[in-house]
Design a protein around this ligand. Structure first.
Ligand code: GCU
Length: 421
């Protein structure tokens, strides 16, 4: 498994603004046939589906339709009405795709505010985690994940399982007490439950559930791991729709880094997500592919060949040939609120490129009657940075990470945009 550090070292990444070079972004408001998109109707009926198809075919891959409907079973495996020192209700649910103990499954962990009820359902943040559900809080009773886990950063693929040692290890990245204290539910699952994050030719995880008879790996235009993780988020939302204490019409999907790329793709496809948060998602996420700064499409394809679809490989040396760019991914979320959050020292992710992509989505948000992005210039990084337009933007000092102050911004943004409908 490559890390930000070692993949960066192999790359010939450009970090010099003067060397970025000119580029022309594809117009989100012009159809492939050259027709200008001047109405919300034309956007919804023609341009949005066209862009979605282009992202499916060339970037993330299509989510296959199963031969027969996938059987889904929900099993509540634990419930604690007095979790987090009495501040929350904790529920663990296994979402199983098929019968029997070997059926692929997602273990979803949900923390609900104490007073959430059918009559007063809470809005929720839903996101995948890297290190297992037991890592996101210090709750001693959350079950250890059973799926394959990464063994720290930078280690080769080994069959590693989570241990007690990792409990609470990413609690600062999730801030569940704070989130629940602000009246929101938190739901999370480990991304490895859906597809373990290494290149095994798509033999494990959920991909094989969708193979045609005789098919052994996804076609060049079918989903990779990001597509599968995004699909898993939608399945978690299906479950939340059955949870009376959660208002499933007010669920924000969020993710950090590769999981920020995933939250954007999930939100672009599944319009039930009421809000999307991308944290430091970088190349293949919120930042512009054509802007030559930090990580490149070639880097992604070399280091993480399983994340995107096969067709994406052909753009490693031809980024201008991509029929889309990432501002159009953000535009696919319109008119729903989206927050793009960048970190100043995260140059590999190209914070300015993330801002410019948010700006590039603005005409679509305006066409659909929202205020769009309320910034005309890339703002300096400040700890309390948050522009609260329907396209929100944050630029904070510091490294590639999710920090408690990021959560303050996510919550402030949600307080503005995730209000009861
Ligand atoms: C690497 C990768 C990035 C990715 C990040 C992460 O740095 O190059 O594209 O966002 O890992 O997910 O941690």
């Amino acid at each position: 498994m490559a890390t930000a550090g070692d993949v960066g070292a192999q790359s010939r990444a450009n970090y010099d603004e003067a060397k970025v070079g000119p580029y022309t972004l594809p117009d989100p408001l012009r159809t492939a046939e050259g027709r200008e998109v001047t109405s919300a109707e034309l956007w919804a009926k023609t341009r949005r589906p066209e862009l979605l198809r282009l992202f499916e075919t060339h970037v993330y891959g299509k989510t296959p339709k199963p031969e027969a409907p996938l059987p889904v079973v929900y099993e509540v495996v634990s419930e604690n009405p007095d979790a987090l020192g009495g501040k929350a209700v904790r529920r663990e649910v296994t979402i199983r795709f098929g019968e029997g103990p070997d059926a692929p499954h997602i273990d979803l962990l949900v923390f609900l505010p104490k007073d959430a009820s059918k009559d007063k359902p809470a809005a929720a943040f839903l996101g995948l985690n890297f290190d297992g559900n037991h890592s996101v809080s210090h709750d001693p009773d959350v079950r250890l994940p059973t799926s394959w886990m990464r063994e720290g950063q930078g280690k080769a693929v080994v069959d590693h399982r989570a241990t007690e040692g990792g409990r609470g290890g990413t609690a600062d990245r999730w801030c569940v007490e704070k989130v629940v204290g602000r009246g929101y539910a938190v739901a999370t699952a480990c991304y490895n439950d859906i597809d373990p994050d290494f290149d095994d030719g798509f033999q494990n995880g959920v991909h094989p559930l969708f193979y045609r008879p005789g098919q052994t790996r996804p076609d060049a235009d079918q989903w990779g791991s990001i597509g599968a993780w995004a699909w898993g988020l939608s399945r978690a939302l299906d479950y939340l729709e059955t949870t009376p204490e959660v208002d499933a019409r007010r669920v924000a999907v969020l993710g950090h880094s590769r999981l920020g790329k995933t939250s954007l793709w999930a939100g672009a496809q599944d319009q039930r997500f009421a809000m999307v948060i991308s944290n430091n998602s970088g190349e293949g996420g919120a930042s512009l592919a054509r802007r030559n700064f930090g990580e490149t499409v070639a880097d992604l394809n070399r280091n993480f060949p399983h994340w995107f679809c096969g067709n994406y490989k052909q753009y490693s040396d031809d980024v201008d040939g991509l029929p889309v760019d990432q501002h159009q991914l953000i535009a696919l979320i319109a008119p729903r609120p989206v927050l793009v959050s960048s970190a100043e020292e995260d140059r590999w992710a190209d914070p300015r490129g993330e801002f410019l992509a948010a700006q590039g989505a603005d005409p679509v948000y305006r066409l659909l009657g929202t205020d769009g992005l309320l910034l005309s210039e890339w703002p300096a990084a400040t700890e309390d940075s948050l522009s609260k337009g329907t396209i929100g933007y944050r630029h904070r000092p510091g490294k590639h990470d999710v920090t408690p102050s990021d959560w303050d911004a996510f919550l402030d943004f949600a307080d503005v945009h995730l209000t009861p409908r």
